[in-house]
Design a binder for this molecule. Structure first.
Ligand code: TYM
Length: 336
């Protein structure tokens, strides 16, 4: 039986946080290691320029994030690991698919509306608007079956399916319809300081976000300051807004230790939130320690990192080219 294809991406801006790790990358590594799928994982640098980047810093961050890919357990022998702009097929398909996407549906994208509000009035760039079309191209060009992402990407996935369907009904079966693969408990890790908001790289509150390269002390300190509630009961209650902080901490602790919510509840029965928060902080610091060690060992070897990127880009391009050829043919482009 043909292997299923898994694909996902992350923007190489700043260092990933534990929401990116538990919500996405950790799952990429797990599915990669089953050996049962063909996997494509990339740094979405084209997506990142919808916000101005400092060119020098951007190059460094791309190398940082690629080194982190490897440190977090992605393996260039098992998965195609690459940088989006090194595979020009993404951009070409994005232009084509833009002609199969509708203004109205793009205007309704939550992320566009939220990010658009943060940019200065009159300066919202077209890239920010058409961002989900590029994302659709990223996914459809590999005929991905599954896209492991956090909950915030669900709407973009639905759009990719709509665009694929529209193209298929105009030109015959061409693209597979991709399905999101969202983990129920870690698909949305919340900010530590405002548990109603998702954890984000660009939060202005330094205590809100735990980055995967934060020191052990910083990690524990941030968890100790996490906002919870006044009930002093470590119990997961999904639809109870007051429990958003505890729910998120329990989800993180569960992802790290493999313990279920009932087991965690009994472990901390009769104990205060202080003990619980320290335990979560320590468990996260423990799981990140080997990642940080491996990162330090490989980060300065730019030759090695660039060789891995090149290998990944060639592998990705080889898979993308035939489908792009088919698309060009179906549209009626004259091919030389
Ligand atoms: P990005 O870089 O914002 O985030 C990378 C991944 O991390 C997930 N994530 C979270 N998961 C749980 N809790 C959180 N607080 C949290 N914050 C982020 C995201 O859902 C994502 O899976 N547009 C994408 C990148 C992209 C992409 C693609 C993804 C470009 N092309 C094709 C999948 C397929 C983005 O900006 O992710």
């Amino acid at each position: 039986m043909a292997k299923k294809t898994f694909l996902s991406g992350i923007q190489p801006t700043n260092i990933p946080h534990i929401g990116n790790y538990f919500g996405a990358v950790k799952n990429w590594v797990e599915s990669q290691n089953t050996g049962e799928m063909e996997s494509f994982y990339f740094l979405a640098d084209l997506h990142a320029i919808t916000v101005r980047q400092d060119p020098k810093l951007f190059k460094q961050q791309t190398l940082d994030c690629f080194a982190l890919f490897l440190a977090m357990g992605l393996d260039p022998e098992k998965s195609a690991l690459f940088v989006q702009s090194h595979v020009p097929e993404h951009s070409e398909l994005a232009w084509i698919l833009g002609c199969y996407a509708q203004f109205g549906e793009l205007s309704r994208m939550t992320q566009f509306k939220e990010k658009g509000e943060k940019q200065k009035e009159g300066e919202v760039n077209v890239g920010l608007f058409s961002y989900p079309v590029l994302q659709a191209a990223d996914i459809l060009i590999y005929n991905a079956d599954f896209v492991p992402v956090g909950k915030d990407q669900k709407q973009h996935l639905e759009l990719a399916r709509n665009i694929a369907q529209r193209f298929n009904s105009a030109h015959g079966e061409t693209f597979k319809l991709p399905a999101p693969d969202i983990r129920k408990s870690t698909g949305k890790i919340m900010s530590l300081s405002e548990p109603a908001k998702k954890m984000s790289k660009s939060d202005s509150n330094a205590n809100a976000t735990v980055f995967v390269l934060d020191s052990r002390d910083t990690i524990i300190k941030k968890f100790k300051r996490a906002v919870t509630d006044s009930e002093a009961l470590v119990e997961y209650r999904e639809d109870d807004e007051a429990k958003a902080g505890i729910n998120s901490l329990m989800s993180i602790y569960s992802a790290v230790t493999g313990k279920g919510f009932d087991e965690i509840k009994s472990e901390f029965a009769g104990k205060g939130y202080g003990d619980f928060k320290t335990a979560v902080g320590e468990s996260v610091a423990d799981i990140l320690a080997p990642i940080q060690e491996k990162y330090t060992a490989i980060r300065n070897d730019n030759h090695f990192l660039e060789a891995c990127m090149k290998q990944g880009a060639e592998r990705a391009s080889a898979k993308a080219r035939p489908l792009l050829h088919e698309v060009r043919e179906k549209i009626g482009f004259l091919q030389l």
